[in-house]
Design a protein around this ligand. Structure first.
Ligand SMILES: Cc1cc2nc3c(=O)[nH]c(=O)nc-3n(C[C@H](O)[C@H](O)[C@H](O)COP(=O)(O)OP(=O)(O)OC[C@H]3O[C@@H](n4cnc5c(N)ncnc54)[C@H](O)[C@@H]3O)c2cc1C
Length: 413
């Protein structure tokens, strides 16, 4: 009997988890990625959860010391650089590129096709057809939309559901370990560092290097700085040097030089000088406006949404990659146990509940930042100051919370 075939739209981590797990249950799976060139990690660091480690292990990828960097200490730095709090922790920081590479290497080359942009979908009782912008057509038994937060697949079925701006952006910077000044490296590099300018959240930690190295000397230092940003200010940040507006996000190379100079000045004024120095040394800091989206439906006939295409969550639970992996594993298990129709229905029930729960968790975690744009008298006490205990409690509860939301969704038969 011919193998059943899954068409996977989107070749990032969600699409790769889906393709590898579908192949592990005996399906044929082909990934179609719109980019003409191989995707590369832009160095973005990611937190990881035990559920992610379990799924990579299931694919034969041990989540060992080559996958990320263990951190056992959290420090809080005051504006003048003084360390005012130090706590034990247990975190494993990986990078998008490291996870991507390990999943990509598992797939046979002809199962991953670049320069294929999905335009339309047709379905009938026997299967589904993907139609690409070059006019080519591919036929499969199911289609998985793993095409990210601005998903074409979701847009085709839910054109009125658009991601909502959360009211803040994440500024990001990265520096190779060898470029971190030695005196700063000695005190800072191995720790997870917080600075808490009023109403903001600044995080810094080591991640695998640009080519995924985890050996000392070859790693990188990653900064994520959440800053409440009014929509008018965001529109200005997203306007390039020619005056062209790019809407609510702008490609990093087009960020205006005066915006880069401004954010460097803000860094010097607001965060500890050690981390400000690292931020300033990155020649190309960039920002990501934070959006989220709770989705009422993730299965449409033979089409299923997965990862950020299904639910876009704020980054605070640090679980976007973990959720994409759990979506893919749940889909593969449901198809293996129940076949396409009943399997997709079970996927809708379980991952619909899980995704919605994680989006709500991200909103709770990010409420402090969103609420900063409200008039002061409308803010709750919690919004006016955010301290060590709040952050440590939220962090320590995070993996357990992701597990609790996931386990609750398993009870849906
Ligand atoms: C500031 C920030 C911090 C984060 N921190 C973490 C963290 O600590 N831990 C964590 O786990 N996650 C984190 N995330 C989230 C994580 O990056 C995403 O959840 C994850 O990359 C989702 O993967 P995905 O495959 O679903 O989507 P994406 O990575 O967005 O990939 C979608 C792919 O689909 C392709 N595509 C789009 N349209 C089409 C089309 N029409 N045809 C063909 N291909 C198409 C795109 O080119 C892209 O390659 C963070 C995100 C942000 C913004």
């Amino acid at each position: 009997m011919a193998k059943q075939r899954a068409l996977i739209i989107g070749g990032s981590v969600g699409g790769l988890f889906a393709a590898n797990l579908m192949r592990s249950i005996g399906w044929d799976a082909t990934v179609f990625e719109r980019n003409p060139d191989e995707l590369t990690g832009r160095g973005a660091g990611i937190s990881t959860h035990p559920q992610l480690h379990d799924i990579t292990k299931r694919l034969g990828i041990p989540f060992d010391e080559t996958m990320g960097i263990h951190i056992d200490t959290v420090v809080f730095l005051a504006r003048d650089g003084r360390e005012y709090e130090r706590r034990p922790t247990e975190r494993l920081m990986s990078s998008w590129g490291r996870v991507f590479r390990s999943l990509r290497d598992l797939l046979p080359p002809d199962s991953y096709r670049l320069n294929m942009t999905l335009a339309r979908i047709e379905q009938d009782t026997d299967g589904v057809t993907a139609i690409f912008t070059d006019g080519s057509r591919e036929r499969g038994d199911i289609l998985v939309g793993a095409d990210g937060g601005r998903s074409t697949v979701r847009e085709l079925f839910l054109p009125d559901r658009q991601p909502e701006y959360a009211g803040y952006v994440a500024w990001r910077a990265m520096l190779d370990e060898r470029d971190v000044p030695p005196e700063i490296h000695a005190h800072l590099f191995e720790n997870y560092t917080y600075c808490l300018p009023p109403g903001e959240l600044f995080l810094a930690y080591p991640v695998p290097g640009r080519n995924n190295e985890t050996e000392p000397g070859k790693r990188a230092y990653n900064i994520v700085w959440y800053r409440p940003t009014h929509p008018d200010k965001l529109a200005d940040l997203c306007t390039d040097a020619t005056g062209k507006s790019h809407g609510s996000s702008i490609p990093p190379p087009l960020i205006r030089p005066d915006v880069v100079a401004w954010i460097r000045g803000e860094t010097r004024a607001l965060v500890a000088p050690q981390v400000a120095e690292i931020f300033e040394r990155d020649p190309r800091p960039f920002f990501q406006p934070i959006f989220d989206l709770d989705t009422p439906q993730i299965v449409f006939g033979r089409v299923a949404l997965l990862g950020d295409a299904a639910f876009l969550m704020r980054p605070h639970p640090g679980a976007g990659t973990t959720k994409a992996a759990l979506d893919a594993a749940t889909l593969a298990d449901a198809l293996a146990a129940h076949g396409a129709d009943a399997g997709l229905a079970l996927y809708q029930r379980r991952q619909g509940a899980f995704g919605s729960g994680i989006v709500q968790q991200g909103r709770r975690d990010g409420a402090y930042l969103t609420d900063q744009l409200k008039p002061r008298e409308q803010r709750r006490n919690k919004d006016l100051s955010w301290g060590v205990d709040d952050l440590m409690r939220d962090h320590e509860a995070r993996s357990a919370e992701v597990l609790r939301i996931f386990n609750a969704s398993r009870n849906l038969a």
